[in-house]
Each structure stands twice: as C-alpha cells, then as structure tokens.
Design a protein around this ligand. Structure first.
Ligand code: HEC
Length: 418
C-alpha cells in the first residue's frame, strides 16, 4: 500500500515538474527570442520615450507590440508588472522532491554502484546533495571572480563549461550511470534556479524600487541579470537531455559515459547558440553542423563493443557455479536451454521484476516486466540482453549477477531465445 502511494506521489510530482519546466523554459526561450529580436524603433514618439528596442508579433488572433526600456522607462511603474520566478522555483522544488523520493529515499538501489565506489546509501545521498550545493557555490564564485562587471563573459563561459564537464566526470565515477546523468543535470538546473533566486529577481527588485523612488538604478543589476539569463539559456538544452536520459541506458551505462554526457552537453549548447543568434537575424549554420558533428562523435564513443567478455564462457562457467551461478552443463555446445535462463532470472531479477516484488521499495514489476514468466522473457529477449550486457541491469548489480550469467543470456538470445 505504501509503495502504491509512493508510486502515485512519483507520478504527480513528475507531472507537475514537467509542466512547470515547460512553462519556465518556454517563457525563458520566449524572452531570449524577444530580447534578441528587438529592433530599434523608427517612429519619433518611441525614440523620444527612450525605447531601446521593439518587436511586433501576431499570435492567438491578435497583434502585439512589445517595447523594451533598459533602466529608464518614462512612465510610472505599476505594481502589477509581470514577474517571472514561480515557474522556476516550482520546477526546482518539484524536481528536488522527485529526486528525494526516488533516489535519496532508495539511495542504495539507485545511487550506489559498488563497482565504482563502495558507499552506504546515506553517504551517497549526502554526496549527491553536496554536488547540488557545491555546484552552485563554485559556479557563482566563477561568475563573480572571472567576470564581476560582465566584462569577461567569454572567458567565464569556458570556465563554466569546464566546471560542468568536471561534474560529469566526477559523478560518473561515483554514482550509478543513470544517477550520474541526473545529478549532473540537477547541478545545472540548480544553478539556473539559484540564478533566478539569488541574482536575477533581487537585482530586478532593486531596479524596480529605485525607479519607483526616483533614484537611478544600478546598471550592473540589469547587466548581471542578463548574464545569468544567458547562462540559463545555454543550460536548457543540455538539462532537458540529462533529465530524459534515464530512458537511454546505452548512454549512461557506457564505460565512457562521462564523455558521451559531456559531448551531448556541448552539442546542446552549440545548437542553442544557433537559435540565439538566429533571433538576432544571424543564421550561423556552422553551429548546428558542429552540434551534429559532436553528436556523431558521441555516437562513435558509445558504440557497443561486440562480443562483450562472452568468449570464454565455456571455461568460466564451471568456476562460476561455485558461487551459485548457472551450471556449466547448461552451456553445452548445442546451446543454452531456457531452464538455465529461468534460473538466472529467478536469482538475479525477480526480486524486483515480479508481479509482487520482494525487493523493498517496489510496488509493481519495474518497466512492467514480470521476468518469472517464460513468455515475457522470450518476448523481451533482445531488450533483456541489452539491459544485461550494458550492466544497466540488475540496477547497481544489487543481486550480484556474474559476467558468466550475462554471457549466458547473450548466448541464449543470440541463438534465437529458444
Ligand atoms: C533492484 C531491482 C531490480 C533488479 C534486481 C533488476 N531490475 Fe530491471 N529494472 C528495475 C527498474 C527500477 C527498472 C526501470 C528502470 C527505468 O525506468 O529505466 C528496470 C527496467 C528493466 C528493463 C527495461 C529497460 C529498458 O528501458 O529497456 C529491463 C529489460 C530489465 N529491467 C531487465 C532486468 C533483468 C534481465 C534483470 C536481472 C538480470 C533485472 N532487470 C534486475 C529494477 C531491477
């Protein structure tokens, strides 16, 4: 019952999280487009009023005329101006709640990979949270130290990229692959929301209050808000990839997962840059071309090695049977019998993959796969093989599946899952 309710909590939080993120990122992309698409006004009254730029648009059955003033609007500021922050905060809060519910609450299942680092669940959770907080502290320090008056934003963006790749590398060597991708995405997303919370909104509030009180606002507040918004825009595509990556085991379960992750992050930023410039009227096709080339590089890095350590199965199996893995007899020259596969599933998979899992924390068979049923195993043979070969399954190798058993599954599937 409790697990059933947790599944509902997961569903509802995820629903909220995705909707909040769409609203936030949609609005952010809209404003970047608006900002970069602004044209100098040509009519005398607008020029006189000090309009910095304007855009005409048609949408939803009507016509819009947006005008941007920098720090000197020539009119009384109303209290009912539209502020953008709840979308950002809701995205972060729902995302963190989801992360806590799924990963932190079951850290030994979802975070820890004993093959990388022998951590307790509590230690892994503490390190994960430290990444989120530390990521922001380091990123913010980089911004303040390298480009305090937004004078060296180019150097800063390189430093931020290096930092993100360092996070990708470190998390990939500490946590399970899936968690490493998610935490790297969450580090970037935390910087994005913290930019809004600690700099963009407070800066805008100061400007707003100064203008209302008839004081000249500090232009640095405006410039800093812009700097952080620009970072946020380059983070968006990579973060969205990292958040959906948990469906793509071939990326995060690879030995060079950190490199694949880094390449996709770079590619996302390059492609975003194309759109940013395009809104300003420049179509630099070299950018998406470079982004595509980087993805192709990731594709090559991630290409599966053939015949995983499966060659010496026949010799390895007898030794392995001592520790309880499949008997050597099953690997006869004639092929692998389903019985042997059934044994492997029973031993290594059905604690989770059963109609009523015995593994604490599971209410139903994950991914709907009930692996104590022959028909299900046969129907999903290829999928099972991919998950097992890449070592994505069993999660965190909780059930200590051996390489010989993986090779056995590979042989059975390669021979047609008879
Ligand atoms: C500790 C619990 C656990 C164990 C043990 C486990 N799994 Fe899973 N399995 C999961 C979870 C959770 C998911 C869903 C993960 C996701 O959403 O990507 C999953 C998903 C899968 C998928 C679907 C992956 C995909 O998206 O294509 C396959 C196939 C799979 N498991 C096979 C296996 C096999 C085979 C074994 C045994 C060798 C096994 N699992 C052992 C928890 C487990």
């Amino acid at each position: 019952m409790e697990n059933y309710l947790l599944d509902w909590a997961n569903l509802l939080l995820r629903w909220l999280h995705v909707i909040a993120a769409i609203s936030w990122i949609g609005e952010s992309i809209y404003f970047v487009m608006l900002d970069n698409g602004l044209k100098k006004p040509t009519d005398e009254p607008s020029i006189k009023r000090g309009v910095f730029g304007e855009m005409f648009a048609v949408h939803g059955g009507g016509f819009y005329h947006s005008q941007k003033y920098l720090t000197n609007p020539p009119f009384e500021l109303n209290d009912d101006v539209h502020w953008s922050y709840w979308k950002s905060y809701t995205t972060w809060l729902s995302g963190f709640a989801l992360f806590a519910l799924l990963y932190l609450a079951n850290a030994s299942i979802y975070l820890v990979d004993p093959a990388k680092m022998e951590l307790s669940g509590a230690a892994a959770s503490a390190i994960a949270v430290a990444f989120l907080v530390g990521g922001w502290v380091v990123y913010d320090a980089l911004c303040r130290l390298i480009s305090p008056t937004m004078n060296r934003d180019g150097v800063l963006s390189i430093a931020v990229a290096v930092m993100v790749i360092a996070v990708a590398y470190a998390t990939s060597h500490i946590f399970q692959g899936r968690a490493a991708f998610l935490i790297t995405g969450a580090v970037m997303a935390t910087c994005m929301s913290a930019n809004v919370f600690f700099w963009i909104i407070p800066g805008q509030r100061r400007m707003f209050n100064d203008i209302k009180a008839g004081r000249a606002p500090n232009p640095l507040d405006g410039k800093r808000g812009k700097q952080r918004s620009v970072h946020n825009t380059y983070f968006t595509l990579p973060v969205v990839f990292l958040m959906i990556s948990n469906h793509y085991a071939f990326t995060y379960s690879h030995e060079q997962a950190w490199l694949i992750m880094s390449l996709i992050i770079v590619s996302g930023a390059l492609i975003r840059q194309f759109f940013v410039l395009m809104h300003a009227g420049k179509k630099l096709y070299a950018l998406p071309a470079a982004g595509t080339a980087v993805i192709v590089a990731a594709l090559f890095v991630g290409a599966p090695q053939r015949a995983l350590e499966s060659a010496p199965v026949a010799e390895a199996a007898p030794a392995a049977s001592a520790d309880g893995s499949a008997p050597a007899a099953a690997v006869a020259a004639a092929g692998v019998s389903y019985d042997a596969i059934h044994d492997v599933m029973e031993k290594r998979c059905v604690a989770c993959h059963a109609a009523k899992p015995t593994q604490p924390g599971f209410a139903a068979a994950p991914a709907g796969l009930v692996l104590d049923q022959e028909s299900v195993v046969r129907a999903n043979a290829a999928r099972i093989n991919t998950a097992v070969k890449s070592k994505y399954m069993p999660l965190g190798n909780m059930t200590q599946m051996t390489d010989e058993e993986r090779a056995l599954v590979d042989q059975w599937v390669s021979a047609g899952a008879k």
